[in-house]
Design a protein around this ligand. Structure first.
Ligand SMILES: [Zn+2]
Length: 211
């Protein structure tokens, strides 16, 4: 049976970094009802394909394997969400000038150690790049570059560029690469405009209350 791999862009990749885009797969985090975007192993594969972690061919192969090993796919999804939450809490803490919890660093480190077992260096046109072995067989292979991205960012000089969206309900993470370090929203179109509208209406409301 041919597994259908959807082509349209479903996920909003505005974090500027793989690990942050992964952390942003939960919508409306601070809302009473956050919206989970990774509801199935298929969702995880689709996100990975859109984030360029998997090629279409690799995505299709993984979906076929997951259909044969459903309980393993469920375990991988659970692990993915666990590590996503650890990544989110670590970088949110840093964005707010706080120290991440040891437990989250341990979760990330364990996943990095697992990923490194599959890391290999391969030549490309400009020199060399990281690649991964066993991408054909391991259902959790999309998590390896994600956790590596988190580890690399965490140990980099760029760490101070991490921000959390200024919108009340969002909590998405992004890197602020703007010249004057003034980016406040994950996405100007959605959160930025929503915030502007909210301020406009609250100004209107308070001015009408005065008159
Ligand atoms: Zn936002």
């Amino acid at each position: 049976m041919e597994v259908n791999v959807k082509q349209e862009q479903i996920f909003d990749l505005t974090g500027g970094l793989l690990c942050l885009d992964f952390a942003n797969t939960l919508d409306d985090r601070t809302d009473v009802h956050p919206q989970e975007l990774l509801n199935s192993y298929n969702d995880l594969v689709l996100w990975s394909q859109q984030a360029d972690v998997l090629t279409e061919k690799e995505a299709r192969r993984l979906l076929e394997k997951a259909a044969q090993r459903p309980s393993e796919a469920t375990r991988v999804l659970k692990r993915a969400v666990e590590v996503r939450e650890a990544i989110f809490r670590i970088f949110k803490a840093i964005a707010e000038d706080e120290s991440p919890e040891d437990e989250d660093l341990i979760t990330l480190s364990a996943m990095v150690a697992e990923a490194q077992k599959h890391a290999q260096i391969v030549p490309n046109t400009n020199g060399f790049r990281w690649d991964w072995t066993d991408k054909r067989s391991d259902l959790d292979c999309m998590l390896w570059p994600v956790v590596r991205s988190a580890a690399d960012f965490l140990t980099s000089d760029e760490l101070e560029t991490v921000r959390v969206c200024a919108s009340d309900s969002c909590d998405w993470l992004f890197i602020d690469t703007s010249k004057n370090h003034s980016r406040r929203w994950c996405n100007m179109k959605s959160c930025g405009n929503r915030e502007k509208a909210r301020r406009y209406y609250s100004r209107k409301k308070s001015s009408s209350a005065v008159s």
